[in-house]
Design a protein around this ligand. Structure first.
Ligand code: FPP
Length: 283
């Protein structure tokens, strides 16, 4: 993505309009010839991309511990993965990308770690906002911003405002987010709005969630091998395909995202139904 040279020297993200879908030729031109990315990209079915990819970024602390570094260095290194995944998702033509950056439970971490994470979010937006805006990416926060430090909240609000009318990829960052808290918040909103029990159905309830108007995640990725959903998008992931990789978040790059998408494209999504006429017994 377009960013200051000292931060990263990789090529700029080509501007994609909301209805531009990347052709295989475009993608192969972006991925170096003979690279694992090019080989993986060549197998992607662009007609069956997941509309919404959600990611539980995990393993920053372990990545740092493996290098005898403080935990916060793992979070710092994780920023490069964030850039790579945002850039690759936008290039592929993913409609919605949601990254889980800070949960309501993460306030229990040591104050220094919380403060570094907040600083990283602020810094990321400062450095990337122009590029996000130029590439038609809309930035949104999922979660309550009221508990965040004033300076961080202001930066996030600027980010949301400046990208508000963009129509390309929607990039959600879940921040001070909890799935249960979101559901309780939606229930309170329904009660406060005087919605009658008989009028409340799944569609109406979904409109009261932070993700109102967005498609549910099709693909949920979790890094670092943990088999948990950790209070993330509990309502929305009802039918998401889950892909867990042992790769720690700071090592996660475009090729891992492509691997996840290819695995997703092999899955048979039945939504509780059946795909083949089944033999149901009897004579
Ligand atoms: C989990 O690793 C990671 C987090 C709690 C924070 C993720 C945040 C970032 C990568 C930076 C900011 C994000 C954006 C979108 C700019 P962990 O600390 O739980 O790792 P561990 O399980 O190995 O201890």
């Amino acid at each position: 993505m377009c960013r200051s040279g000292s931060e990263d020297s990789r090529s700029s993200l080509r501007i994609l309009s909301h209805d531009t879908q990347m052709s295989l030729e475009d993608l192969l031109a972006w991925a170096p010839s003979g690279s694992p990315e090019a080989a993986l990209a060549g197998q992607v079915d662009f007609d069956r991309l997941p509309g919404h990819v959600a990611v539980i970024m995990d393993g920053n602390g372990r990545w740092a511990a493996q290098r005898h570094l403080p935990r916060v260095d793992g979070h710092r290194a994780g920023i490069d993965s964030v850039r790579d995944v945002v850039e690759t998702s936008a290039r592929l033509g993913i409609q919605v990308l949601t990254l889980y950056a800070f949960s309501v439970e993460n306030w229990k971490r040591p104050p220094l770690e919380v403060s570094v994470l907040m600083g990283l979010l602020k810094r990321y937006l400062r450095l990337e906002l122009e590029s996000l805006a130029a590439n038609d990416i809309r930035f949104r926060v999922l979660g309550h911003m009221d508990r965040l430090p004033d300076d961080v909240r202001r930066e996030l609000e600027v980010g949301q405002d400046k990208t508000h009318s963009n129509h390309g990829m929607l990039f959600n960052v879940a921040l001070n987010y909890g799935g249960r808290a979101e559901i309780v918040h939606a229930a309170r909103r329904a009660i406060a709005a005087g919605v009658r029990p008989s009028d409340l159905d799944e569609k109406r309830f979904g409109e009261l969630l932070y993700t109102s108007g967005q498609p549910d995640p099709d693909l949920l990725i979790r890094t670092s091998g943990e088999m948990r959903v950790s209070n993330f998008l509990l309502w929305q992931i009802a039918y998401a395909e889950i892909w867990v990789t042992e790769t720690l978040w700071p090592d996660f790059r475009a090729r891992h995202l492509l691997e996840a998408i290819l695995e997703y494209q092999k899955r048979d999504r039945r939504y509780g139904g059946i795909t083949q006429p089944a033999f149901v017994g009897g004579r």
